[in-house]
Design a protein. Sequence first.
Length: 201
Amino acid sequence: MATTALRVYPGAGTGLGATQVQAAASLLANCRVVMASCEVPVQATLNAFQLAREAKAITLLNPAPARALPDALLALVDVLTPNESELYQLAGPAHSGSVDDAAQHLLALGVGAVLVTLGAAGCRLYQSGQAPVALAGRSMSVLDTIGAGDTFTGALAAALARGETLAAAMQWANAAAALSVTRHGAIDGIPTRADVAALLS
């Protein structure tokens, strides 16, 4: 299986902070979904999600690369999309080894929904007071898994911004991620909306 080398330059987003977030306040006020990852300073994400909450936008966090996150930020996350290893790192060693236990712990900290990506096994959605919803992976010819998680979260955000329910958006994200691994490259592997719709049909 061929893979594409991927480099992450951690310094690229280190200059982001409250000043930049405040400068984008009017943009954030008109968003339906505000999405972030852990590639920028946590404080910047915290500030952005506070503004998003004020605007009643959906906050979506892809916790990659994995790191410990403050409870104050987790309480502002409407949808969290960790993979299994990121889930365990966020939940802590007392909750490692059980996806169910780790996800429930994060819900108890205030996360609105935990949508765990499980690679070829698909994904699983957790929401407080509801039974977990599992979505099986799709059997695809895998060429390159680089970018599959980013494709999942991006497709999820796009579907939510279109007004899809979380359950429907999960279907779109799962299909988009499945298609992404059939192509080379993190960018070139991202499918179009028409590609995803065709797979879902």
